[in-house]
Design a protein around this ligand. Structure first.
Ligand code: PLP
Length: 448
């Protein structure tokens, strides 16, 4: 199994999920759960959408497979057109993959080849953030910052460098231990500081060696960190100043998660490349897409050149047909508008949990939130390793599921519960989530 300690299932079987409908999942015993994680930040339209199943069946009967190696097929063409028209600025070139990791690999290779083609072959290094997750293949894992995930596979691909997370809840760098970064001015100062870590790393490595910066609009791993105000504006300036590509890794944040088609739109910055996967099909088929700027792709289109990269199944006809239908349903059902108009009530409902002593911070955007747990709200003291194991993993994580909430309780530095429900969720679902969290977290406090 993926990322699973098999020992943990020695006493209790792995839950077997058999059915989904809307925002709910059912296990093999017929028990119902709220899907508080959209599968894995993926099921944007929710479960059991027969329109998507029918689209897949129709495409399978029509043309089940054709690679995109010097040939094309209608769903890939139409989906590429749709993504190019939705993506910000001149991001008009689309390359299909099968997953987020492949999209990240592709973006790095694209950046490296771009600089070779434009006479700067020494530009190959990548900068990303300390606990960011960018995938598991060896290139993507090298860009990933989480040391625990990497150590068994070292040496990985050299030339990746990690800068500080932009975590405003824990910003001791700026506040000399006072920890409070709440007013707008302090947040902006923190945003500048965090962005400037990228500039310092580019300087330290030598700008002539750095190809790209990979950042998520809201960083997932580490605990759901929205960018401080001004952060991306400053990062864009830095990338321009040093001729470094800005890659917006939107494997989670694209396709409505933040209320816009792309996270870069939500925070109003212009990347050179966007990497996507997950929600592009709402999980009904595997697919990823890398969307790059006209400027970046220009040298690849010259006579005799090509992007020397590809996947047999990248842009599979069934997956691209499903993705097109998925985005058509987004339009018909006004999914982006729904997220934008309900994001405030999702936030408000989760913020009610701040009256519990164990809840230190509730943060996020759109339908993507993290709830950070603490031992002490005033000092923001976190769990130690023993407490994380005993309280977070052995109690909270299990109990939430037993109580009927499928979500994620994880510790990658600090204990955080992550929520990203399907984009069709509404107030009664938010309240259901809040009630289960309240009950479990109240009980968890007695274990500290
Ligand atoms: N990039 C980000 C930001 C992700 O969140 C993920 C997966 O969660 C990936 C890349 C890797 O995607 P996949 O699991 O589809 O390979």
């Amino acid at each position: 199994m993926h990322f699973t300690q098999h020992e943990a299932h020695a006493e209790k079987d792995v839950p077997i999920m058999v059915r989904g409908r809307g925002v709910h999942l059912w296990d093999a015993q017929g028990k119902r759960y709220i899907d508080g994680l959209a599968g894995l930040f993926t099921s944007q339209l929710g479960h059991g959408r027969h329109e998507l199943a029918e689209t897949a069946a129709t495409q399978m009967s029509q043309l089940e497979f054709m690679p995109l190696w010097s040939y094309a097929h209608p769903p890939a063409i139409e989906l590429a057109q749709r993504l190019a028209s939705d993506a910000p600025g001149d991001l008009n070139r689309v390359f299909f993959t099968n997953s987020g990791s492949e999209s990240v690999e592709t973006a790095w290779k694209l950046a490296k080849q771009y600089y070779k083609l434009t006479g700067k072959p020494s530009k190959h290094k990548v900068i990303s953030r300390a606990t960011a997750y960018h995938g598991t293949t060896q290139g993507a894992l090298s860009i990933t910052g989480i040391a625990d995930l990497k150590q068994n596979f070292e040496p990985l691909v050299p030339s990746t460098f990690h800068v500080s997370n932009a975590n405003a809840y824990r910003a001791p760098e700026l506040t000399a231990g006072a920890l409070e970064v709440t007013d707008r001015e302090s947040l902006e100062r923190f945003g500048r500081w965090a962005a400037d870590q990228i500039a310092l790393t580019i300087e330290a490595q030598g700008p002539e060696t750095v190809a790209a910066v990979f950042l998520e609009p809201v960083q997932n791993a580490g605990g759901c960190f929205p960018p401080p105000p001004g952060y991306f504006e400053r990062v864009r300036d830095i990338c321009d100043e040093y001729d470094v590509l800005l890659v917006s890794d939107e494997v989670i944040c694209a396709f409505g998660r933040l209320g816009h088609m792309f996270g870069a739109e939500h925070f109003d910055y212009q990347p050179d490349i966007i990497t996507t996967a997950k929600g592009i099909t709402s999980g009904y088929a595997p697919l990823g897409a890398v969307i790059a700027s006209d400027k970046l792709m220009e040298p690849f289109l010259k006579p005799g050149e090509m992007f020397g990269h590809g996947y047999t199944f990248g842009g599979h006809p069934v997956s691209t047909a499903v993705a097109l239908k998925n985005l058509q349903l987004f339009d018909e059902e006004k999914i982006l508008e729904h997220v934008r108009s309900n994001a405030g009530s999702f936030r408000g409902t989760l913020e009610k949990l701040l009256n519990l002593p164990i809840v230190g911070d509730v943060r996020g955007e759109g339908f993507f939130y993290g709830i950070e747990l603490v031992k002490d709200k005033v000092t923001r003291e976190s769990f130690n390793a023993e407490e994380s194991n005993r309280i977070l993993y052995k109690f909270i994580s299990k109990k939430l599921f037993e109580e009927g909430l499928y979500c994620r309780a994880d510790d990658r530095g600090d204990p955080v519960i992550q929520l990203s429900p399907p984009l069709i969720a509404g107030q009664s679902d938010f309240e259901g989530i809040e009630q289960i969290l309240r009950g479990v977290l109240t009980e968890a406090w007695t274990l500290i």
